[in-house]
Design a protein around this ligand. Structure first.
Ligand code: UDP
Ligand code: MG
Length: 310
């Protein structure tokens, strides 16, 4: 297989997906046999604590075209995806989740758009009725806020499931950051893009790896990766508060001149002090968040370590 050109690389991160491995391979191989192009499946085991790795190696023994990258520990989905992309050699790359919430059937229409000359084929979820209301609402809010304050527009309801060509991968390789929020990075590089739509399914087995707290942190990571608006906003808040304080100070001065000294005012003083204290702490927190990112980036650590390639 070494000298045949691989046309399609499927990249899939696996974290504790023992029961999904076999079904995943069956489905993917089924679809790819219809596509009739040479392919490889790059499976990245992201520090699973169950039998995922053994199952993947088993599958590799049974079928050709599978590559298994075992990371030395859990590095998270974004790092696992990066690892998979960096170890792939296809002319087109398709990242997909192991739980098959994104229908593999869509690969066929993605490939047909690729043939028409598109470099990025996005898969957009049109029907999210399988996700609960809170998840849908918060995700909508996130995209609204993010796209309002950032120059990089991240398309709504589009996950990592997409087709990108080698050209796009080469562009992504040029980005040196190791804090990788892939959705944002994919959007940032641009290229000729088309969107196909699909219905998101329920997870086959197992549970989601992301709870609300992790999603919240992911949202902060994303916003701080692609926008400095949260830093700049303090300039405006500061200016506004200084201006209001000046007005209030002038008011007190004039009142004192007209009516003499007024002793009461303890409550209003305390309120203003606490309010300003709170505002300052939030400001410091935001600055801290960015300094944290600078700190992590400045260490220049790789975003993942490979234990072995099978
Ligand atoms: N995943 C991973 N590392 C993690 C979390 C998730 O490799 O730390 C993989 C997981 O095995 C799956 C994909 O990322 O293939 C998506 O995860 P999940 O289905 O839990 O996310 P959701 O669909 O709920 O957003
Ligand atoms: Mg899932």
């Amino acid at each position: 297989m070494a000298d045949t050109v691989i046309e399609i690389s499927i990249i899939c991160p696996f974290h504790n997906e023992t029961n999904n491995v076999n079904f995943f391979m069956e489905q993917i191989f089924g679809v790819l046999s219809e596509v009739k192009r040479s392919f490889e499946i790059v499976c990245v085991n992201d520090g699973s604590s169950d039998a995922t790795l053994e199952n993947l190696i088993d599958e590799k023994k049974r079928r050709s075209n599978i590559k298994v990258i075992n990371l030395s520990r859990k590095f998270g989905k974004e790092a696992a995806l990066t690892a998979g992309i960096e170890h792939s050699c296809g002319r087109a790359i398709i990242p997909i989740d192991a739980d098959l919430q994104d229908p593999p059937d869509l690969i066929k229409s993605m490939v047909s758009f690729w043939e028409k000359g598109y470099d990025v084929v996005l898969a957009k979820r049109t029907d999210r009725s399988k996700d609960d209301f809170i998840k849908r609402f918060t995700s909508k809010l996130f995209y609204k806020i993010h796209n309002m304050i950032s120059d990089t527009t991240i398309p709504e309801n589009v996950g990592d499931y997409r087709l990108i060509t080698r050209k796009v991968v080469n562009a992504i390789d040029k980005l040196p950051e190791n804090q990788r929020f892939m959705k944002g990075i994919f959007a940032w590089v641009g290229f000729k893009t088309v969107t196909v739509e699909f219905k998101r399914e329920k997870r086959k087995t197992g549970r989601t790896n992301f709870n609300t707290w992790q999603l919240w942190n992911l949202a902060i990571d994303c916003i701080t990766s692609f926008s400095t608006a949260p830093l700049r906003v303090w300039l405006y808040i500061g200016t506004l508060i200084s201006f209001l304080s000046f007005l209030y100070g002038s008011f007190i001065l004039i009142r004192t001149i007209i009516f003499g000294i007024d002793v009461p005012g303890y409550a209003s003083l305390l309120t203003i002090m606490l309010f300003l204290g709170g505002i300052q702490l939030i400001g410091i927190g935001v600055i801290g968040e960015y300094i944290g990112r600078i700190y992590l980036e400045s260490k220049r650590r790789p975003s993942y370590i490979v234990e072995n390639i099978y």
